[in-house]
Design a binder for this molecule. Sequence first.
Ligand code: DMJ
Length: 649
Amino acid sequence: MHSPSRKDFVSLTFTGSGNYNSKQWKRQSCWRKWKQLSRLQRNLILFTMALMLVCGIATYPTVTEHFRGLTVVVKEEGGHVLKPVIPEVLPESDKQNQLLVPEPPSEQKRAPDKRGPPGLQNRLQKKGNGSDIQVEENQIQEAKKADIEEGEKPLVNRRGALIEADQATEGGTAKEAENKVDVPAVEQEDHSHKEPVDRLEAVRDAFRHAWKGYKEFAWGQDELRPISKSYGEWFGLGLTLIDALDTMWILNLKEEFEEAKTWVSTELSFNKNVDVNLFESTIRILGGLLSTYHLTGDTLFLDKAKDIGTRLMPAFNTPSKIPYSDVNIGKGTAHPPRWTSDSTVAEVTSIQLEFRELSRLTQDTRYQAAVDEVMQKVHKLEGKQDGLVPMFINTNSGQFTHLGVFTLGARADSYYEYLLKQWIQGGKKETELLEDYLQALEGVKKNLLKKSSPNRLTFVGELSHGQFSPKMDHLVCFLPGTLALGVHHGLPADHMELAKQLMETCYQMYAQMETGLSPEIVHFNMHEGSIRDVDVKLADRHNLLRPETVESLFYLYRFTKDRKYRDWGWEILQNFNKYTKVSTGGYTSINNVRDPEYPSPRDKMESFFLGETLKYFYLLFSDDPELVSLEKYVFNTEAHPLPIWPSAE
Ligand code: DMJ
């Protein structure tokens, strides 16, 4: 059967050359159109096509590199530009210079999987596809190399995405800003192919970054709130600036020091109607001014120290001569906290180094007499257990209160520290102080020292009415350093063994956390068969940028020269940079050291981060034992070095 469709098909085939879908028709049509164009139009089209061809050839490598991830978009003055991620090959001369910088020590070459017990490692791995993590790490490292080449700090958020500094918190509420807190590039953990790093310079960089935030958003105020780019007031006395003065001097940050000094000389006034805490203002302000005076020889700081010291003296006008916690430095009045007439034992027994030194410098004995009287009274008090002291003392009766509870953490910690340090400061003559210190250490060994399971870490727990609790504050990590300092000054060698064991424990409080940063409080497991040594309660997971572990690492390194202490410190510094650094300036305390995905910034940079933590990092990495010699100085509990008195005094 011959169907009509077949006819159509034949007809179509017959007219094939006129098919407007055919290539030949298109060619003919284009050619006809081309011939219809004027000469000018033809030249214009030819020129445009030639231009496009040239541009295409020129940009081909850049575009393909970008799609292959070899470049990053970097904001520069005048707009965003593409930067190569792979650094250019160094000229031969530069390569040689690089080799002059010593390789990081071999102990650093730690496999990344060494952090924490297996339980923790599993948790970390579960958080994502292993290969995804590896890709992110590679991107971060590549981006970091590119930024280093550009001479600027790379900015990478928690998930590894490059972000612009300006975008981190700008224009948002504090809450929005929290979600955007960013961190710099992750440091490689495998140090075998790591660039040599100048650790001292890394600390100076960290200080500069913290100072940048303080200067821009909190200048002359007590504390920086780096996320909300604002500040917090406590006493209204420029606490961070004063706490950081001697750190700048020690880190040789001259420019920063000079601008701070100008503020002290032109803006700082203690003639203010404000309530200040006696202990905090003594260790941070009086201590900071005295040590800066000693380091610089500039009497501006001594005058200011005398002013604040004198204004704090009304605190000692109590029935018992045990000082009140609060003083109004403008009115000259003092009072206990509203809810009690108790003071904290650590607070009234950790102001001695500063007031004693003020007396020595001014030849005015009133300061020393007041604080020595406190020590003499506490020395004789009932209520201690094997040299351990309760946490509270009543300003009316002069007696300990809340008996039967003993800790080396909050509210008691620096009592023990200052027993030893006053003895050192005074030329090792005040034997009562030494006796109390040695007895207290025996009390610690007998009542508070235990081992964890499974790794048998030595830790210092707490005692409450005979009941032991395996709770240890991060604050207790001052103890390894203090023990080592005592041995350096001639105390029994077995204290050094204990110092080393506790140092390991304090390091593990960092290393066993997912962020590599210690929580505020840990609970050690003591039951046989425990999976991990350390548990952390939900409410205790914060990190306030505290110094105690770094402080102890500094002492342990100074006295033993064991490089592992430096490497532990280096690890901790990198984790501060990774999880607490805010791109727009400053560092923030965080809420959750167990969540590396979202450590949850608290929007506060404590003054002791500059006063203590960064200073101890610097001293830990410095090879110069004369940089704040421990033969000449004793650090107060806020890391302000005060001179050991010459033996004649
Ligand atoms: C500092 O103010 C001092 O080190 C004090 O003795 C304890 N608390 C902080 C740091 O953690």
